[in-house]
Write a new protein. Structure first.
Lengths: 228, 228
DNA sequence: CGTGATCTTGAGGGAATTCAATGTCGGTGG
DNA sequence: CCACCGACATTGAATTCCCTCAAGATCACG
């Protein structure tokens, strides 16, 4: 999530470890975060919310990983996004969720009452602006996703790996919390094509796959070139 | 130029005049123009703004149609959205446009200074909420677009036609302002596949194509079934 | 009418899917 | 400890759908 330089600290993306510390130039919202949300555990594959359910909360990933998805009437599943530690999801402006959300692995999720946020936003332009900013960030993510979906299988997989790497700063190695099926459903491919493509990239020395859930980016430049 | 910060109705949505009228060439939007911005004409295929240009304005389609798009480094073009009469586009939270925008046909576009809107929003929760709502609407559109892009060619074309029909209320017939190439680049298909698919749908009696830019939905239910 | 742009149709090829089988890993119990 | 099991991943072969390349057809416009 990118914030403009003039934007105050984001009450959502604030690391939990520093939440209690007094922060210079921060509005008195640090503690509000603590008050707003309870942390709940979710087991692997547990549903966090379902499509068309009332959007009573928004959610922040404390640990673990989450997928949002829709299922078409013939069973095809499209994953809308993956959310990792620190990410906020489930923010809706309508009153129902437009996707379902599930825990990819065992998770701890902070639940924040939507009504509380809306009330806060009506009194604080900062909070209102943050809500808007988060929606805009989701929009940019969705637009980037669209650009991925029109590409070839190699380009999609390369793009996915670069995206995941960008979210794991300071490392050229990615630990994937999600299965091949999840990746396939995110990229609009089949599991077999994802697997084959990873093998191709490995043979081309662009990546290494020491274990199925760990990918080492040996040649990020080559992946970027594929990323069009 | 002075606007009441307390105005309760949506400053973007055109009031009564556009509702049931059969597309006027010179719409009556007197006071809105004075309040919000200047109307500018754009010729067919003219650029309205370019990707990465500063987002100084937001835009409202008075007449005509607009496409937003990105071009990949190998020349592939992806159209992000089509905007028709009444639609607002170019709303960004960052300070540059993330897509380019072009007139599909000769257009009249109302330009609204972004700084004006931001200033208004800082004083009016209604305006701030409207900006947020518009961003959220764009997000939902992008998510629906993602769901389109994972489907078969028939499903994409059917979905596109239903989408266009839904934006032309009270009619089962659609006048397409855009070319086959535009449709193809929106749906992630080739122009030939779009053309062939339309022919298939016509042969299946789902649609009629009296002229290349006019599509009659003979069997919307069949199209919806294809829409998964 | 010509001319260019747009659209449609046809034939062949290629990328991804489908169907099917094999391989690998982590856990559980003998 | 290792044998077994189920879940997940990889690999192979055949098919399908869409793309590419190519040729006509239609339309708008001078």
């Amino acid at each position: 999530m990118h914030l403009q330089a003039t934007t105050p600290r984001n009450v959502f993306t604030q690391p939990a470890s520093r939440a209690a510390r007094p922060v210079p130039q921060a509005p008195a919202l640090g503690e509000t975060v603590e008050m707003m949300g309870a942390v709940m555990p979710f087991a692997r594959n547990a549903e966090i919310y379902g499509e068309n359910e009332p959007a009573e909360y928004l959610y922040r990933v404390i640990s673990g990983a989450v997928r949002t998805y829709k299922v078409l009437n013939d069973g095809r599943r499209q994953i809308g996004a993956f959310y990792l530690t620190g990410d906020v999801f489930g923010l809706e402006i309508g009153d129902v969720h437009s996707f379902s959300a599930e825990a990819i692995a065992d998770c701890k999720i902070m639940l924040i009452k939507r009504s509380t946020m809306v009330a806060l936003a009506s009194r604080s332009h900062d909070v209102a602006h943050q809500l808007w900013t988060m929606t805009a960030a989701e929009l940019q993510r969705a637009q980037a996703h669209i650009m991925l979906l029109i590409k070839t299988a190699q380009e999609r997989v390369a793009g996915f790996l670069l995206e995941m790497a960008a979210r794991t700063p300071g490392s050229t190695s990615v630990e994937l919390p999600m299965s091949r099926q999840d990746i396939a459903d995110y990229l609009g491919l089949t599991i077999e094509t994802v697997s084959r493509t990873l093998t191709q990239l490995e043979n081309a020395a662009a990546i290494a796959v020491p274990s199925s859930r760990r990918i080492v980016l040996r040649n990020p430049a080559a992946l970027s070139r594929l990323n069009a």
